[in-house]
Ligand binder design. Structure first.
Ligand SMILES: Cc1ncc(COP(=O)(O)O)c(C=O)c1O
Length: 365
């Protein structure tokens, strides 16, 4: 390598996204495949967002509103927080990067439950910080072990709630006890990308804890329950002093015009959100029942995806499912060599997944 690249950048393991449908169909020469791999909204985009986009096309020769005024105001009303406590991102991934730039220096330590969303390690390493993995307790983030791992160099802790890929959620009492025991120099990022799907009433959003904690950041996204993954809109809710610093490091037009318009309209499409949650929850209950009937183990989830134990190398099952036009995620890279992660789809997609799985598991791989 002709350039001198820091060791901490060279050792970053690339993020591998879910396989796109187009790529599968190109490679296998098939059509009509389904993707249950990236926890997207199976219903499609919200109708209100699509209707609002028409007018926005006429503005595409202009730069977006860098402050995203409309969307920020609308979100502030929706979340009952001040607009100054909100920072928007090009997906919540963008917020992860901004937080790393604001909070971390080389040599700092970042606590990352393991397995969890792989981007936490990547953004920590990008800033020269040292990610410290804290193993889960079975499928749950072990908050006691995370607290015990805090040291003088710890600057940031990522808590994915519900956790990707296990689907477990942290309960209010445990979260409050954990936050109360932390030293003031440690920031906590609660990644709530899937929070809208949570059915456990004992769970609480970090947004509720904002007023009482100066070190807590909550991340949300329009990519999952709001059906706008392709437009890339996420947001962080945080104390005003921190939001002000994130604004300084974010790119000036990080949320594009179409994304701002669609996300603002999506917040008003309560019918779509309701249909989304009903589809996911009914789909989950159906899949749980069908997998139980087949004697297959799974981890119950608070999100719109869950882990299924396929009892053999998941990478082989993943490959075999591709041949039937079904894309899931193999969990080898997350430390679950026998598990696949399946996003809940439309009823016919869930049935197709089960049919393909039956064929794959009854064949010799
Ligand atoms: C836990 C978690 N956080 C953040 C993201 C990123 O979402 P976005 O599309 O908002 O960047 C994902 C996407 O899969 C995720 O699973």
């Amino acid at each position: 390598m002709p350039l001198k690249i820091p060791e901490y950048i060279q050792t970053i393991a690339p993020y591998v996204p879910g396989k796109p449908i187009e790529e599968l169909e190109r490679e296998y020469g098939i059509t009509d495949s389904i993707k249950l791999a990236s926890n997207e909204n199976p219903l499609g985009p919200p109708p209100a967002a699509m209707a609002a986009l028409g007018q926005a096309f006429l503005k595409l020769h202009r730069y977006p509103d860098g402050a995203a005024f409309e969307l920020t105001q609308r979100l502030a009303r929706h979340l009952k927080v001040a607009p100054e406590q909100i920072v928007l991102g090009n997906g919540s991934d963008d917020l992860l990067g901004m937080l790393a730039r604001v909070l971390l220096q080389p040599g700092d330590e970042v606590l990352v439950p393991d397995p969890s969303f792989l981007m936490y390690t990547i953004v920590a390493q990008s800033a020269g910080a040292v990610p410290i993995k804290v193993p889960l307790k079975a499928t749950h983030i072990d908050l006691e072990k995370v607290a015990a791992a805090v040291g003088p160099r710890t600057r940031l802790i990522f808590i994915c709630n519900p956790n990707n890929p296990t689907g477990s959620a942290v309960r209010r009492k445990d979260l409050e006890d954990f936050l109360a025991g932390l030293p003031a120099h440690v920031a906590v990022v609660l990644d709530e990308a899937y929070f809208e799907f949570v059915r456990d009433e004992e769970c609480v959003s970090g947004i509720v804890l904002l007023a009482s904690h100066a070190n807590v950041v909550t991340l949300r996204t329009f990519s999952k329950a709001y059906g706008l993954a392709g437009l890339r809109v996420g947001y962080g809710i945080m104390p005003g002093y921190l939001a002000e610093l994130l604004h300084r490091v974010r790119m000036p037009f990080n949320v594009n015009t179409l994304a701002q318009v669609a996300a603002t309209a999506a917040l008003d499409d309560t019918d779509f959100l309701g249909r989304t949650l009903a589809t996911v929850h009914q789909g989950l209950d159906f899949l749980y029942a069908e997998l139980t009937r087949r004697g297959l183990r799974y981890f119950p989830t608070q999100a719109n995806f869950f882990l299924v134990d396929v009892g053999r190398q998941a990478a082989d099952v993943f490959d075999a499912l591709l041949r039937y036009g079904v894309i899931v995620r193999s969990m080898g890279a997350y430390g679950y060599p026998n598990f696949i992660r399946v996003s809940v789809g439309m009823p016919e997609e869930n049935r197709r997944f089960l049919q393909a799985l039956d064929k794959v598991l009854s064949a010799e791989l």
